[in-house]
Design a protein around this ligand. Structure first.
Ligand code: FRU
Length: 502
């Protein structure tokens, strides 16, 4: 039997969310998904503003992605749940808004579960079985945040808000982001929420998703420099099997960021395995926030997969993108790995991405042409010099560098020279996270997608996710300093756009 540890994730947010409304229509004559900053393999909304992924769930052969969305403008406001479905988490089909703002109540972040046995009584049994989809979301309005239900009996195509909402009302202004799951141990639904300003995760339990009792609180712990948002709680195997979870010492790039805790959950209470003052960061970039993991991925698949919003509240409303704002990360598979410093979260892009490769593997020796989206691998050997890696640039002299710095050693992404006029003062920066030499080298996988870089070092031990907003496409790639360090290996594949076949 494999050993299991519980990963609990809470997100501090250092910036205040500012409501605003813009009503720019999409630019006339502009072909969707061909705009210069529009990612080709990452999910972006057809138009207007998007932030957190919500309600990730697998049901009857489809992955569902809901997302925080302003249907009316390119800045945060009028929050509703946008919706898309996919059979591979990459090729998404846009569906109409699932849940809209109503009576002065916005639809904030939350989750969706499959109520397999109609514990809620909300399933109509229309599809030949007893199951249906139930969303648990935060209603934001009239001076407070409450937890609410909505349900769908037609595979998520239409949604009905539960007549007796809210299901939890603590009369609090900052109580949000419910993540629900069925707990086999206590045989009940568990709801993970945040008391955002108190830096607490509050857990509730219920037999039917409607009547909730308080189970326990976790926190404050780790980073508390901002409000806590978007918690998640799930079991993860350590190294695939065996062993126990030990105690060991442990938003890093500024603004919004995710932290995680590793510990045990007994069906009522989460107990941290590490000291409460230890902070473990999910991602060392500036653009990876509000993660949520998929619910109900079939046991035969067994993966724990999450996605995050690739932006930062410091500049989310100022991104210089075309008719839309905000992107979702590629889905990532999570695991816990036993490292010299303790048990740590590792993240890897889902294997489905390999199917987007087109054309031959291309070696990067001198300067090469960089396709608009690419899956790039490189290795940096220990003797490679102070800084080694890759430079992505354009004819306008804008560049982003990604590599390994020997002192530390650390993985870095430097976007200080990536746009002549920075999108926002908080945007320009160099982001770095600790890495280790494994067999005298660091291996790096870089997923580049027009305005997104996701960088995974040593099979996901250190991750940096950043947006980049060049004024002209980054279409050149070369070794930093012009010459490949010894020993060096780098190659890339072009990735096909997921929107081409729509
Ligand atoms: C996180 C967040 C959530 C909230 C939502 C509102 O980015 O602030 O806490 O539910 O966005 O759009």
């Amino acid at each position: 039997m494999s050993a299991r540890a519980i990963c609990l994730l809470v997100m501090p947010l250092a910036a205040v969310v500012v409501a605003g409304l813009a009503t720019d229509p999409p630019a006339a004559g502009q072909e969707p998904y061909r705009e210069p900053l529009r990612p080709r393999v990452h999910f972006t909304p057809p138009q207007n503003f998007m932030n957190d992924p919500n309600g990730l769930v697998f049901y009857k052969g489809e992955y569902h992605l809901f997302y925080q969305h302003n249907p009316f403008g390119r800045e945060w406001g009028h929050m509703s749940w946008g919706h898309a479905v996919s059979t591979d988490m990459l090729h998404w089909k846009h569906l109409p808004i699932a849940l809209g703002e109503e009576d002065g109540v916005m639809i904030f972040s939350g989750s969706v579960v499959v109520d397999w046995h109609n514990t809620s009584g909300l399933c109509a049994g229309e599809d030949g079985d007893r199951s249906c989809l139930v969303a648990v979301y935060t209603g934001h309005g009239h001076g407070k945040q409450t937890q609410n239900l909505a349900y769908s009996n037609d595979r998520g195509r239409t949604w009905t808000k539960y007549a007796n909402n809210p299901v939890i009302d603590l009369n609090l202004e900052n109580f949000r982001d419910p993540k629900a799951f069925w707990d086999e141990l206590s045989r009940r639904w568990v709801l993970v929420t945040v008391l955002a300003e108190q830096h607490k995760v509050r857990l509730f339990g219920s037999p039917d998703l409607k009547r909730w009792e308080t189970l326990s609180d976790f926190g404050p712990a780790g980073a508390t420099g901002g409000v806590w948002e978007c918690p998640d709680l799930f079991p993860l195997p350590v190294d695939g099997n065996g062993g126990d979870v030990d105690i060991n010492p442990g938003a890093v790039a500024g603004g919004s960021g995710g932290q995680y805790f590793v510990g045990r959950f007994d069906g009522t209470r989460f107990v941290n395995d590490n000291p409460p003052d230890q902070t473990l960061w999910v991602d060392y970039g500036k653009d990876f926030y509000a993660t949520i993991s998929f619910s109900d991925v079939p046991k035969s698949d067994g993966r724990r997969i999450w996605m995050a919003w690739i932006s930062n509240w410091l500049y989310a409303n100022d991104e210089p993108t075309e008719t839309w704002r905000g992107a979702q990360s590629l889905p990532r598979v999570l695991q816990l790995r036993r490292l010299p410093e303790g048990i740590r979260l590792v993240q890897a892009p889902v294997a489905e991405i390999d199917g987007l490769r087109t054309g031959p593997e291309m070696a990067i020796t001198g300067r090469a042409t960089l396709p608009p989206s690419a899956d790039i691998r490189f290795e940096v050997g220990r003797g490679a010099g102070q800084e080694a890696g890759l430079r992505l640039s354009n004819a306008a002299g804008e560049e982003i560098t990604i590599g390994v710095r020997a002192s530390g050693p650390e993985l870095f992404v430097d976007r200080r020279r990536s746009r002549a006029t920075a999108a926002h003062e908080a945007y320009a920066g160099r982001h770095a996270g600790p890495v280790r030499w494994r067999d005298e080298r660091v291996t790096v996988r870089l997923l580049f997608d027009r305005s997104v870089v996701e960088v995974f070092a040593n099979d996901g031990e250190t991750v940096i996710t950043d947006r980049v907003y060049p004024s002209a496409p980054l279409d050149r790639i070369e070794w930093l300093g012009g010459k490949a360090p010894e020993p060096a290996r780098a190659s890339m594949w072009e990735l096909r756009s997921v929107w081409e076949t729509r």
